[in-house]
Structure formats: structure tokens, C-alpha cells
Design a protein around this ligand. Structure first.
Ligand SMILES: [Fe+2]
Ligand SMILES: [Fe+2]
Length: 481
């Protein structure tokens, strides 16, 4: 894997920062280890292994996230990633150490760090964070307790081990379509699943008491509940401080109970229905090309929110057969229509929506031509008409999300109007729409690839029959063969 000089410099700086953090944590660990002893010199032999282990663990998180894991759709600067991962590890380690010392090693909430990092950054880094937090607690707590007790306590090692397993298992709850309820219930189920390990460690004790063993199992479940509570407490703070739109928050803004969506539904019901259909298509496309489906859904749900200002000027809202454009001069019609992306972006800014969603609203028509009105104008004049007067005046899609919305938006509207009867007809329409966008240069300002576009075409063609199920007749296509 190649890395350029700038990246190399940044990574060296990162490792230097890791050394500083390792030093701080080492001092913290040593201070705790030193409690109750005459001087640090007696425990000097522990300092070097602690420093080495902390540095290696932190460096592993970094190497794993930067060089091994493929870039995720959630892009953070390395500084933000560093602050998020390490602050969570420190906070969770402190809480865990407290619970380890004064409650039970089996109730250590390591899963909290894994859950939060999985939600904010990625599932894989969440796993590494859980393992690393377990290392930190072992390094900080076990030597002290072992020296105090005169030997290594198997129950303490077992407690940390079981908590670490719970943390790793908890990250898998983040796999797809997680909700707060799923995470809470999932974490309880993991706690229940870990109970046999509590039984195992309990009965390994000399002269095990059934009540004590049962208590260990309850501690495991309790540890997982503490982890969920800590995650619930910290996550909104991290979302706010680092301005991160987690899948939770994105799912919340896509809820049909959101005031802005309810307003859209009331003022422009046709547009609302159109947005719902586009959101289904966009979500499928996002999954196909490895983008965040929640973000794609949010972009689609709000892309036409600017139409709320003048809903009657858009055909999907003209249910009574009256078309106000019939009474307007073409230039006014064009103005009314081309203003909706900028107006939508403004509304979304006022509602503090994610930047990607605002950009999708502004860019979903790019600077494309309103061909219907251009041809209409051409039909009533003999002069040479400049096409530029009939274009949207917005930026072209600058993100893959905006590009997906542009394509899905056109596909939905065209398919609704043309009502293709066969699979071939449908594929032809989608192909022509994508080709048309490419030839018009609308997709040249974003980093979408031909491979992505091929996948988008396939996923739109696959999703359309289930959305417009009464329109596409596959049997006809078979009959023609
Ligand atoms: Fe639009
Ligand atoms: Fe639209």
C-alpha cells in the first residue's frame, strides 16, 4: 500500500502524539500501582512494559484504522479520529477501573467504548477499541491487585476477558440497520449469552458457593446494561461536540414525524410521495456503491423541500388538473421552477441539517436544462434561443450522494411519466438518463466512477418493479423472445 510524503509526515506526528498519550497513561497507571507502597522504585520494573504495551496498543488502533481498513463512508480528519477514540478509551477505562475496583470485574463496561466507536467511526475500529480498553484496564488494575493480593487473581482476569468478549460481540449489533432498541435488547442478549462463562469461572473457584456463582452471572448482565447506559449518555455529547451525524441521528431526521417532512406532506403531498420513492431508490444505490444508506435516504427525503414554497407549480402537486404555467409567460415559469433547489438548501440550512443533505438539495439538478420549457419557447419564436436561459443555475453534484439523488430523481419522474411495460424498456430509460447526465457534464464535478454508475443502473432497475409493481410486465418481455 503506497503512502505519500505528506501522509507519512502526518502519521509520524500521530505516532509522536501517541507516545505523549502513552506517557500520560503510563504515569496514571504507575500512580495507581504505586498506591500504598513506599516508592516507585519497587515497581520500576513495571514501567517499561506498561509504556510499551500502551504505545503498541494505541499504534495498533491507528495502523489498523489508517492502513488496513478500507476508507469508510464516514470520513474524519485523523485529529478528530484520534480525539474520539482516545477520549472514549480514557473515559471508559476510568469508569471500568472504578467498577473493577469497587464492584466486580465481571461488570466492567468495556462494551461502552466499542459501541460508541462503532457508531461514530466504524465497526472494526470499535472491535480494536474494545480489545485495547481491556488491555488498558488489565495493565492498570491487575498489577496493583495482584501485588496487593500476593498473586494473580483468576476471577479478575476472567472478568476482564468476559467483558472484552461482550464488547467485541456488541460491535456486531452495529452491522446493519441498528436502532436504540435493537442495541439495548442486543446487549442484554449478549449479557445472557455470556452467563455460562460466569458459571464456568464461578465453579472454577475452590469451594464455589451457588449464590456467589449466580451473582457473577448477574454482574455480567449488569455490566452490559451499564455499558448501554454509558453509551446513551456519551453518544449525544460526542454527536454534538464533534458535529457527527450518526446513523441514529440520520434515522431520526428521516422519520415521517419530523416537523419539516410533515410540513412537506401537508403543503406538497405529491412532492412528498415523490421524495419517498426517490429515497427507496437512493438507499439501494448507496448500499450498492458502499455509501451510507441512512445519509442517502436523508438526502432524498429532503431534496425537493424547496418546492414547499410554491407547490402548485410542480406537476406532481397539480391534482385538480389546473396547471398555473398555462397562465404564465415561460420565463416566469422557468424562474419559479429553477429556484426550488436554492430555496430548499436555505430551508435545510435554517433547520441545521447535515451539509451533505443541504448540498444534495442544492445540486440535484446541477445546471441542467429545463428542456420542456426550452422547446416550448422555441416553438413560439423564430429567434435563435440561447439554452442558457433555460438552465438551473446551481452547482453540479459535488458528492456521490448528490449524483445518486440527481439520477434517482430523474428516473422516478421519467418512469412515472413513461410507464415502461417491459424490463428492456425500463433498462433503456435508466441507461439513457445516466448517459444524458454524463454527456451533459453533470457528473464531472464528483468522484463517481463508471463502475459506480453501472451499479446504480442495476440497483435502480432492480428496485423499480417493486415500487411500480403494476407497471412493469415481465411476461410480455418473455413472450417477445
Ligand atoms: Fe428537484
Ligand atoms: Fe425531485
Amino acid at each position: 500500500m503506497s503512502i505519500n510524503k505528506k501522509e507519512f509526515g502526518a502519521n509520524c506526528a500521530y505516532f509522536a502524539a501517541l507516545l505523549v498519550v502513552a506517557g500520560i497513561i503510563t504515569v496514571f497507571g504507575v500512580a495507581i500501582v504505586a498506591q500504598g507502597f513506599e516508592g516507585l522504585e519497587k515497581l520500576g520494573y513495571i514501567i517499561a512494559p506498561i509504556a510499551l504495551l500502551v504505545f503498541v496498543a494505541l499504534a495498533t488502533v491507528h495502523i489498523y484504522s489508517v492502513w488496513i481498513i478500507k476508507p469508510s463512508y464516514k470520513k474524519f480528519s485523523k485529529l478528530r479520529e484520534f480525539l474520539i477514540i482516545n477520549s472514549i478509551i480514557v473515559l471508559d477505562s476510568m469508569l471500568s477501573f472504578f467498577i473493577f475496583k469497587y464492584f466486580s470485574p465481571f461488570a466492567v463496561p468495556i462494551a461502552a467504548a466499542s459501541l460508541i466507536v462503532s457508531m461514530l467511526i466504524s465497526q472494526r475500529i470499535g472491535i480494536v477499541t474494545g480489545v485495547f480498553t481491556a488491555c488498558i484496564i488489565s495493565i492498570v488494575a491487575l498489577p496493583t491487585e495482584s501485588v496487593l493480593a500476593g498473586g494473580l487473581n483468576v476471577m479478575q482476569v476472567g472478568g476482564i476477558f468476559v467483558s472484552m468478549l461482550s464488547a467485541v460481540a456488541a460491535t456486531f449489533l452495529m452491522h446493519k440497520g441498528f436502532t436504540r432498541l435493537k442495541v439495548t435488547v442486543g446487549t442484554i442478549i449478549i449479557g445472557l449469552a455470556m452467563m455460562p462463562l460466569g458459571l464456568l469461572f464461578g465453579f472454577l473457584q475452590p469451594d464455589p458457593e451457588p449464590l456467589e456463582v449466580f451473582r457473577l452471572c448477574i454482574y455480567i448482565l449488569l455490566g452490559n446494561l451499564i455499558a448501554v447506559a454509558f453509551e446513551t449518555l456519551l453518544l449525544p455529547l460526542y454527536e454534538y461536540i464533534f458535529r457527527i451525524w450518526t446513523d441514529y441521528k440520520l434515522a431520526e431526521i428521516c422519520s415521517l414525524n419530523q416537523p419539516l417532512l410533515r410540513e412537506l406532506k401537508t403543503k406538497a403531498p405529491g412532492t412528498f410521495a415523490h421524495c419517498l420513492t426517490v429515497s427507496t431508490l437512493a438507499e439501494n444505490c448507496a448500499i450498492a456503491i458502499g455509501l451510507n444508506p441512512f445519509m442517502a435516504r436523508a438526502c432524498a427525503m429532503y431534496h425537493d423541500v424547496g418546492k414547499m414554497n410554491n407547490p402548485q407549480f410542480f406537476s406532481e402537486n397539480q391534482t385538480d388538473g389546473y396547471n398555473p404555467h398555462d397562465d404564465l409567460i415561460i420565463d416566469v415559469s422557468v424562474k419559479m421552477i429553477t429556484e426550488h433547489p436554492a430555496e430548499g438548501a436555505q430551508i435545510l440550512k435554517e433547520h441545521r441539517m447535515p451539509d451533505t443533505v443541504i448540498r444534495a438539495a442544492l445540486e440535484h439538478h446541477g445546471d441542467s436544462t429545463l428542456m420542456f420549457f426550452y422547446l416550448k419557447a422555441k416553438g413560439i419564436t423564430e429567434k435563435n434561443l440561447n439554452m442558457d436561459g433555460y438552465r438551473y443555475s446551481n452547482p453540479r453534484p459535488s458528492t456521490k450522494y448528490s449524483a445518486i439523488i440527481m439520477i434517482c430523481d430523474m428516473c422516478e419522474a421519467t418512469i412515472r411519466a413513461k410507464k415502461p411495460q417491459t424490463k428492456e424498456e425500463l433498462e433503456g430509460i435508466v441507461y439513457n438518463i445516466i448517459q444524458g447526465r454524463i454527456l451533459d457534464g453533470q457528473l464531472s464535478d464528483c468522484d463517481i466512477s463508471m463502475k459506480d454508475l453501472a451499479k446504480i443502473k442495476t440497483s435502480v432497475c432492480e428496485a423499480i418493479p417493486s415500487i411500480f409493481h403494476d407497471r412493469i410486465d415481465y411476461d410480455k418481455a418473455k413472450e417477445r423472445r
